[in-house]
Design a protein around this ligand. Sequence first.
Ligand code: MN
Length: 339
Amino acid sequence: MARAAGVWTPAAALPGAEGSALWPLLPGDSARNEPRQGCGMFGHGIEFLEREKKMTTRTLERIIASVATSDGAGVKLRRSLGSAQALRLDPFLMLDEFYSDNPDDYLAGFPSHPHRGFETVTYMLDGHMRHEDSLGNRGDLKPGDVQWMSAARGIIHSEMPQQTKGRMRGFQLWVNLPAKDKMKPAAYRDIAAAEIPTLALDGGGEARVVCGTLRQNTGAATGPAQARSGVTLYADVRLPGGALFAAAVEPGDNAFLYLYEGQAFVGEEAKELPGRAAGLLSLGDRLQVRAGEGGARFLLLAGSPIGEPIVQYGPFVMNTRVEIDQALDDYRSGRLTAG
Ligand code: MN
C-alpha cells in the first residue's frame, strides 16, 4: 500500500491490515523505530541548534477524516485516528473529538470500563468530565484541564461528561506503551489549566503546551505532563487569520495535526487540511502551518514510534493475542488492576 497523499477514510483501509500497528515501511522509516523517551525526559541542547541550519519542512502526507460514531453509553463523538485499526500513527492509537451543544449526546457518559496497555490523555475545552477509578482517584476536569492517565497494567474507571451552558467539547487521545511498560502499575495525573503554559508564537497567535517543549525565536514553553509513552509534544495551537506558524520538531518523531476550528494550510506547499481531520506529516525537522482568513485552531502531536506489533481488543492494547486473552481473564476474575 503506497503511503500516498489523499483523503483516507476507514473504507479506504486495506482488508487484512487489522492488528497491524505500523505503516508500510518507507525510505527513512528506520528513523521511526529508534525509541526515545517521552516528553519531559530529555533535552535538545546544542544538537538541536545545529540541525536548524539544514531543515526539512514536513509535508501533509495523509489525511484521516473523522467519522461520527458513539462510544461508552452512547456519547456521540468524531473519531479520526483509530477509526479503523490500520488508521493509526505509531505511537498514537486513537483520537476522539467530543463536541455537542445537546446534553443528550453525551450525559450518559462512559460508565465503569477497563483499560490495559496504553495511556489516555483527555483534554477539555468546554464542559466538565467527572472521573473515578479503581485506584481511588476522583476528579473533575474543567475547561482547559488535562488528565494524563497511564493505564499500563490496568485501571477501571468511569468518565462522565457534565455540561456547562449545554456545551461539551474536548478530546481523548490514546497513546501506546512499549511492551516493557505495559504491565507496570497504573498512574494518573489531573493537570489544571493554570499549570499549562501558553507560548506566544512568532507569527501571531499562541499555543498551550501540555507535554514536551515548543520553541519559538522569542521563547519556549515546556508542558507539565510526564508521558510514560513516547509523546514528545502535545500542543493546542490557536492562530489568527493568515498567521504563519513554524517550529522545529524532532526529525524522527511521527507527528500529526488535528484541525478543530478554522482553516489550515500545511507545509511549504500550503496543502489544505480539512476541518475535523487528522493530518499526518512526513518526517522532517520543521513544520509550518498557515491559518486561513478566519484563523485556525488545531492540536499538534508528536511522538517517538515504538515499532512493535499491536493486538487491540476494545480497551486492551497489547502485543499478542495471548496477552489479550490474559487481559480478558484478568478483568473477568478481578485481577486486571492487581499487581
Ligand atoms: Mn476510559
